[in-house]
Design a protein around this ligand. Sequence first.
Ligand SMILES: C[S@@+](CC[C@H](N)C(=O)[O-])C[C@H]1O[C@@H](n2cnc3c(N)ncnc32)[C@H](O)[C@@H]1O
Length: 290
Amino acid sequence: MIDTEASRTAVLVCQGRAVANGRLGVGRFSDPLAVELLTAGERELVDRVRAGDIPKGVGARIEYELLSGTAELLAARTAVIDDAVRESANPQLVILGAGLDSRAWRMPELAGVTVYEVDHPASQALKRERLGARTTEADLHFVPVDFGKDTLGASLTAAGHDATRPTTWIWEGVVTYLTPAEIADTVTEVAKRSAPGSRLIVTYTTPNLVHRYGRRAMELLLSVTGRANPMAREPQRSSWTPEGLAALLTERGLTPTSDIDMVAAAAAAEVVGKRERFLAAGRIVVADRV
Ligand SMILES: C[S@@+](CC[C@H](N)C(=O)[O-])C[C@H]1O[C@@H](n2cnc3c(N)ncnc32)[C@H](O)[C@@H]1O
């Protein structure tokens, strides 16, 4: 990410949730706030995809397909993560790289829970501006952190996080944009602050050549057709095998209790879609401090 600019992929995934709301995984997934956190311009494409209005030009078609696939992926992963958060029912929730995540506002189970939204300062500023005067029943704290520069533990301590009480941690759609060293350092901090009963939920990308080159081709087509590329400033910096990530977590005392791919997540969330290739490379691991 560029230091002063908010994440564009955070907007893309919010658009994905806005497309999916009420249409995918109904009864399992819902995010009515997503559309409210978008600008009028960002909503135009959301409306087009929701209407099934397939555009003709190559660039516009790529944008349409990217958002359609993102919507399927987001409905699936959001529902599965929400379940894992409910199941852990811890008194503290830390959302790492929160972007335009709406859990603190839409999940009634988080009423009274202390929620720390950690994000890059520029992305967090954009979210706070877009939230306006909205309030939540959660005890919400914003914690600006750049994983590549700042110390997560010190920032959380300053914000009031209590490492002696169990915490649920969500790291959704973020590690792919971080280097392996940034990920290892962050997991070390998370583990140190995870009292027994804590849970870490991470989505990650596996080394999948079809996905990697498919994404590159999509980005190239967006750029040659003069369309905005939401991934332009946020390159993929790491991918993990399930075994590799499990070793990293286990070495730090976090024991993986489930690790499923996004196709299985979509099935669990009853998301019936047509764009399985968007899901194929992603996984969700849940690791517990026992
Ligand atoms: C694809 S968005 C995901 C947002 C959110 N978790 C969701 O699923 O809606 C990626 C997020 O990672 C954050 N991020 C990327 N690199 C970061 C860094 N070095 N430090 C802090 N946050 C970072 C961005 O600010 C952005 O909010």
